[in-house]
Ligand binder design. Structure first.
Ligand SMILES: NC(=O)c1ccc[n+]([C@@H]2O[C@H](COP(=O)([O-])OP(=O)(O)OC[C@H]3O[C@@H](n4cnc5c(N)ncnc54)[C@H](OP(=O)(O)O)[C@@H]3O)[C@@H](O)[C@H]2O)c1
Length: 263
């Protein structure tokens, strides 16, 4: 099997490195095309072979579209003109629906995937959806591919907007939260690096607790809040300052913008 990436930026690099580290794709050929040739050379250590044209990419069994959404109108007509067989098309472009690719490329097996930036450290949360001719085998291949950079779930396409907000944009919110925690610790005399390490590792551990526990997050919150203790003061203060409302409004704002951009 061969896999060919179009666009070798942040996300493609993370996936190619994930594939290499997993050791599951050693018998496969991994190809890549980018307008900047140097980017393919930088990934040679991870088994990537340079493709010098989209025409060469078009001969692959699996084609992964990893350019920015606004570049797709340049790339897809070239790709369509060069496809001979029936490759599996995987798109990771934010906001671009399967119908768009079917319109641009014709009826091919297409799987749309939404990873997130945490793919860089093998901890992405990705969702995928296939079109009506994508086989179970195609979808299993996609799940195996994206499992090399984190967790993967199949999701109906109408939920991709909300998924993009909760999984795609929220890493930025989580980084903000970690930085806010650390800044207060700096004000109290801790070094920024130490404060960031402590805040990030605490958020990491808390996420693990939610994932591993069958308890509702509020039950976990109650466990940390001893009667008359310090934590309950902080929880009440956050609630009084509209912490949850602020998060809800941020997610709604992301979904709203995604709807506008998708039109
Ligand atoms: N980054 C994320 O967190 C994230 C999350 C979910 C989904 N995505 C999706 O993943 C895709 C890639 O995002 P990214 O962050 O990896 O972007 P990126 O770092 O900008 O990577 C895209 C690469 O494609 C190259 N390129 C531009 N025009 C090209 C062309 N005509 N042919 C071949 N290569 C071309 C770019 O070169 P130049 O730099 O010279 O333009 C760049 O190296 C996007 O569709 C995005 O929506 C990204």
């Amino acid at each position: 099997m061969n896999y060919a990436f179009i666009g070798l930026g942040n996300m493609a690099s993370a996936i190619i490195k994930g594939m290499a580290k997993s050791g599951q794709f050693t018998n496969d050929e991994i190809l890549g095309f980018d307008i900047i040739e140097k980017k393919a050379e930088e990934l040679a250590d991870f088994g990537l072979k340079t493709c010098n044209s989209i025409e060469k990419v078009a001969a692959a069994d699996v084609i992964i579209l990893a350019v920015k959404p606004q570049i797709l109108p340049q790339v897809l007509p070239l790709l369509k003109g060069s496809i001979i067989n029936q490759p599996l098309i995987i798109s990771i472009a934010a906001g671009k629906e399967i119908a768009y690719f079917e319109h641009q490329l014709g009826k091919l097996p297409i799987v749309r995937v939404m990873p997130n930036i945490n793919a860089t450290v093998g901890a992405a949360t990705s969702a995928y959806v296939g079109n009506d001719i994508a086989t179970l085998e195609n979808k299993q291949l996609v799940a195996r591919l994206f499992a090399t950079v984190g967790t993967v779930i199949e999701l109906p396409e109408h939920l991709f907007g909300v998924f993009g907000a909760v999984a795609g944009a929220s890493p930025a919110f989580a980084y903000m939260y970690i930085d806010s925690l650390a800044r207060v610790a700096v004000a109290a005399g801790m070094t920024k690096q130490q404060a960031l390490d402590i805040a990030a590792s605490t958020v990491f551990g808390s996420a693990k607790m939610v994932l591993a526990s069958s308890e509702h997050p509020w039950s976990l919150i109650d466990k940390v809040c001893s009667p008359g203790g310090t934590t309950i003061e902080g929880v009440l203060s956050l609630q009084a300052d509209g912490f949850e409302d602020a998060v809800h409004r941020a997610i709604a704002a992301v979904i709203e913008k995604d709807k506008k951009l998708s039109k």
